[in-house]
Design a protein around this ligand. Structure first.
Ligand code: PAF
Length: 282
């Protein structure tokens, strides 16, 4: 596996490939778990050579968020990527990505879809995501890039960015990987105390129960959401949001008239967890 620790090294590696080589890309912030490896596996199926990136992107963290605390586990990450058959890993520095600082960098912003859910709770978050992803795409020039469905709003935002800017990269969504008790895999699960970790699967369970109730009665969206909100609050979660929205445009849904998703973000102690369930009309 080639380690590319600068933009120049990444670009030289990309130029060295045959013109017809299809490149798959899995952008990550490191601290890799089985969910990330499923991204590498999917990218392997979609391409001839897979590049992963590891970059904890300061631009997508708010002032009071966990940038400093975000787990950095480079040696273990590289072992996992190599074992998964990754061809190259791109590890740029902050100066590489933001040579004149974040404020002086050209920003990429997707309107509309970023006004709600995590965009409403985390000001500037998606601007940081779309800016870094477009820069990483510029360095890697991927034919296909893979993103996890746990961050469904992020996937929808990136798909719109790619559509609007005519970027020559196919975006593939990879299903959420879950622990055996249903908790969606996330680097932030490591912040949970043992007691919180025991409680955490009640979040995915509440979403699953809510989805099942709505699947059984397509008009029972609001009542089912309220039941889930009450269950979560009773178990000690602090709800940031729990909403049903159309996956097409993230408008609020009160019935299943087209594909919708239940989007949830909750706090358990200091840890913020997100998850979602998609419900189709048929
Ligand atoms: O999903 C993530 O880990 C990050 O938002 C991403 C896509 C790597 C951009 O920093």
């Amino acid at each position: 596996m080639d380690i590319l620790d600068s933009i120049e090294a990444m670009q030289a590696w990309r130029r060295s490939l045959p013109n017809d080589a299809r490149v798959g890309f899995a952008p990550t912030m490191g601290n890799l778990h089985a969910g990330h490896i499923s991204l590498i596996d999917q990218a392997t199926q979609e391409s001839d050579r897979v590049v992963a990136s590891i970059f904890v992107n300061p631009m997508q963290f708010g002032a009071n968020e966990d940038l400093e605390a975000y787990p950095r586990t480079m040696a273990a990450d590289l072992e996992k990527l190599e074992a998964a058959g990754t061809a190259a890993v791109f590890i740029p520095t902050i100066d590489d990505i933001y040579p004149e600082g974040i404020d002086q960098h050209t920003a990429v912003e997707v309107p509309g879809l970023t006004d709600v859910l995590c965009g409403a709770s985390r000001a500037g978050h998606f601007k940081g995501v779309t800016t870094v992803v477009s820069k990483l795409f510029g360095a890697v020039r991927p034919d296909v890039a893979v993103f996890g469905a746990k961050d469904l709003q992020q996937v929808l935002v990136i798909k719109k960015m790619v559509r609007d800017l005519l970027l020559p990269t196919d975006i593939v969504t990879v299903p959420t990987m879950r622990e055996t008790d249903g908790l969606a895999m996330s680097s932030r699960n490591g912040y949970l105390t043992p007691a919180e970790r025991q409680l955490a699967p009640r979040f995915s369970q509440a979403l699953a129960d809510c989805a099942e109730a709505i699947e059984n009665d397509h008009s029972a969206v609001e009542v089912s959401l309220n039941t889930a909100r009450d269950a979560l609050t009773d178990h000690g979660f602090k709800i940031d949001y729990l909403e049903a929205r159309r996956t097409f445009d993230l408008s609020l849904a009160t019935k299943v008239d087209e594909e919708i998703a239940l989007f949830g973000a909750v706090y358990l102690g200091k840890t913020r967890l997100i998850d979602n369930r998609v419900i189709s009309p048929s």
